[in-house]
Write a protein that binds this ligand. Structure first.
Ligand SMILES: Cc1cc2nc3c(=O)[nH]c(=O)nc-3n(C[C@H](O)[C@H](O)[C@H](O)COP(=O)(O)OP(=O)(O)OC[C@H]3O[C@@H](n4cnc5c(N)ncnc54)[C@H](O)[C@@H]3O)c2cc1C
Length: 389
């Protein structure tokens, strides 16, 4: 059987891509080694932050904006809520260390908001205290508020986009592992643990397994273990305030990676508040990652990020889950043709900040496969910016 396009990996990026391809009438085969959504890659944990003014760089704004449009289109078609624009608060000390290794995160956020006309407010310390009393901010901190920021439901997005892809005629092979590919000028062939398939184009969106397909580029994609924690609310009478609070990013100090982020209470009064830090110190892999979270890790996050900052959260951790960032050296994305094969396209797992852009990345990958060009400029996410690519 020959397809127009094969998509390997049906997580955040792949599910969006097969949906877009199938919807536009392309004969597409999507393959995943598991049955997404699952908890073994980079797209689980109930929620992902979305913000419009992207502190990681201006070039991302068109992607997130288009993603919001696509999610609203899908919500209309399916009746399922994917995106909740509950508002977003960034808090920082004057020279706070930004998320995803970005410097000047807050200033970049302001610049992106100004350039793209994104609604926002600059908040003083006192204004944050008055409007968001759940956050016990220190006197040297200030903030940025974006009313259209919020969160997306990652598992639901994958589920719905795969359902729609099927509805529009995609073939989806789940629990089938791709072992490798070959490409020549006219076609690509993939070998799996069940057979071989041919197509005109191949899109690789294999998440933290990306280097299985790019073994020569292991130094470009480094995997880092991250942990998501859900801390309990002290009293049910405070649940409503936590349910109504914005998502937040807290640049906690000017120490490297000393920032954390979190979400409103989306899982009911007993579900707790999800928050997470970022760590980049030790490289790992999907096979080697330690998936258990220790009580020492939980205690340390509670002591450093919760105890004083959230007087209405307790030290009881309802659950803790591990997940993987796959980081490039500049913490930006790779969305580009394979350095050696022009009929193979790579979508990286996006350095820990890709979900908010994933719907538009799917559309972009679909356009690149069909025409070689995309509506949104992704030239900043090229392979060629790396010395050895
Ligand atoms: C803890 C954490 C918090 C995050 N928070 C945010 C956030 O708040 N906002 C935001 O925008 N982003 C966030 N991100 C980043 C975002 O979640 C990722 O960028 C995105 O989910 C990556 O999706 P993916 O499709 O590349 O990978 P995945 O969803 O992991 O999908 C890859 C798929 O490829 C399949 N696959 C791999 N190898 C093979 C093979 N050989 N054969 C067949 N199938 C294969 C896998 O089974 C998997 O299903 C966060 C990430 C983490 C880990």
């Amino acid at each position: 059987m020959r397809y127009d396009v094969i998509v390997v990996g049906l997580g955040a990026m792949g599910s969006a891509t097969v949906y877009q391809l199938a919807k536009s009438g392309v004969n597409v085969l999507g393959i995943d080694q598991f049955a997404p959504p699952h908890k073994l890659g980079s797209t689980h944990g109930n929620t992902r932050i979305t913000r419009l003014a992207i502190g990681e760089g201006m070039e991302y704004v068109p992607l997130v904006r288009r993603s919001h449009e696509i999610w609203y289109e899908i919500e209309k078609e399916t009746g399922k809520e994917l995106l909740n624009q509950c508002g977003g608060l960034i808090m920082t000390v004057s020279d706070g260390y930004g998320q995803h290794k970005s410097s000047d995160f807050l200033q970049n956020t302001y610049d992106a908001a100004d350039k793209y006309g994104i609604k926002h407010e600059k908040l003083t310390n006192l204004e944050i205290k008055q409007r968001f009393p759940l956050f016990n901010i220190r006197s040297d901190e200030r903030g940025y508020y974006e009313p259209e920021a919020g969160y997306v439901r990652p598992e639901r997005c994958i589920e719905v986009q795969l359902e729609l892809a099927k509805k529009y005629g995609a073939t989806l092979n789940l629990n089938e592992k791709v072992k490798g590919f070959t490409a020549d000028n006219s076609s690509v062939t993939i070998a799996t643990d069940r057979g071989r398939y041919k197509a005109d184009k191949l899109i690789i969106s294999a998440g933290p397994w990306v280097t299985d397909f790019l073994p020569k580029y292991r130094d470009i994609f480094k995997i880092h273990r991250q942990v998501l924690y859900w801390f309990d609310i002290d009293d049910e009478k405070n649940y409503e305030a936590f349910r109504e609070m914005p998502i937040f990013v807290w640049e906690f100090s000017n120490q490297r990676y000393d920032n954390f982020y979190g979400f409103p209470a989306v899982d009911g009064p007993q579900g707790g508040i999800k928050l997470a830090t970022e760590t980049y110190d030790t490289d790992t892999s999907p096979d080697d990652i330690e998936r258990e979270v220790t009580s020492e890790e939980i205690q340390s996050v509670y002591d450093h990020y919760v105890k004083e900052q959230f007087p209405h959260l307790t030290s009881k951790c309802i659950k803790a889950v591990t997940c993987m960032y796959t980081d490039t050296p500049d913490a930006k994305f790779v969305i580009d043709f394979h350095p050696k094969h022009k009929n193979v396209i790579i979508a990286s797992p996006c350095s820990g900040h890709g979900f908010k852009h994933s719907a538009a990345i799917g559309e972009t990958l679909s356009q690149l496969a069909k025409t070689g060009k995309s509506d949104i400029d992704v030239s900043k996410f090229s392979f060629s910016r790396f010395r050895n690519a």
